[in-house]
Every structure is written in structure tokens, then in C-alpha cells.
Design a protein around this ligand. Structure first.
Ligand code: DHK
Length: 153
């Protein structure tokens, strides 16, 4: 059981949202993403802890930290999606639902983006809806938590 709190984790280069390849990732910033998730969660009585790092180990640490602190994790592992056994193992190690988000449609891009190391151990994946994917993931996560009775306060 977890509290009515979600962790929002974003991986490498997502601190550059808004200026990074706007044709692919849009013009909105990481602050906009955090606000969207926080507002969506708040409407359903959930709070959000949001972190971003360019370092794999930070993401592993926060996934571990979320166990006991949160009821679910929404993560965009960014480039680590495609190669991180460490993040996959961390997701497998915690007893929380995890939803993977990608802003772009990774399946219409280079072939190395088509596979995810993390998705097979996640509860679900949202891909290709721009930053609105984070809102959709938040709603899906809350629905899952509530229907499975995973929160305790
Ligand atoms: C973000 C990245 O930084 C890429 O490395 C992934 C993902 C796709 C996204 O669409 O959010 O391949």
C-alpha cells in the first residue's frame, strides 16, 4: 500500500524540453510537464514528487525511494529506455505500478528507439501524444491504483 502520492521521473536531456528539437518534443518545458501532472493528480487528491536527472543512478535511487513513499511511478527514462538494465531491474525490484511515457512516437523514429528495456516490466506505456501523454499516464495510474486499492490514505 502507498500513500496518495505519485513520483514523476524524467531522464536525460528532458531538462532541455522547450528548446531541444522542438519539432520532435514540442515547445513546452519540463516545468509545464510537472505542472500538468501535478494539476491532474491534484484533481484526484494525489500529490506529486517530480525529479529529473541526466544520470542513470539517480533514476535508480529515486525508483527505490518511491517504494514506501508513493503509490506509483510515472517515468520517461528518455535515452535510458533503450539500454538500461539497471533501471529495468529497479522497476522490477519495487512493488509499485510504473508507467513509461514517451513524448514522441518512438515507433516512427530510428529503429534503435523501437525497443524498450523497461516497458516489459511496466504496468503500461504511453507513446506519441506529446506532453499530454503525461496527463494520460497520470489518469491511467490513478485509475489503476484506485481499482486495485493500492493507496491507504
Ligand atoms: C525521449 C528521449 O530523450 C529519447 O532518447 C527517446 C523520448 C524518446 C521521448 O519521446 O520522450 O528515444
Amino acid at each position: 500500500m502507498g500513500t496518495k502520492r505519485l513520483y514523476l521521473l524524467n531522464g536525460p536531456n528532458l531538462n532541455l524540453l522547450g528548446k531541444r528539437e522542438p519539432g520532435t518534443y514540442g515547445k513546452q518545458t519540463l516545468e509545464d510537464v510537472a505542472k500538468l501532472v501535478k494539476d491532474t493528480a491534484w484533481d484526484h487528491g494525489y500529490e506529486v514528487v517530480a525529479y529529473q536527472s541526466n544520470h542513470e543512478g539517480d533514476l535508480v535511487d529515486w525508483i527505490q525511494e518511491a517504494d514506501g513513499e508513493a503509490a506509483g511511478i510515472i517515468i520517461n527514462p528518455a535515452a535510458y529506455t533503450h539500454n538500461s538494465i539497471a533501471i529495468r531491474d529497479a522497476v522490477s525490484a519495487v512493488s509499485l505500478p510504473v508507467i513509461e511515457v514517451h513524448i514522441s512516437n518512438v515507433h516512427s523514429r530510428e529503429s534503435f528507439r523501437h525497443s524498450s528495456m523497461i516497458a516489459p516490466v511496466c504496468a503500461g506505456q504511453v507513446v506519441g501524444f506529446g506532453i499530454d501523454g503525461y496527463r494520460l499516464a497520470t489518469l491511467g495510474m490513478i485509475q489503476k491504483i484506485e481499482s486495485e486499492g493500492r493507496h491507504d490514505s
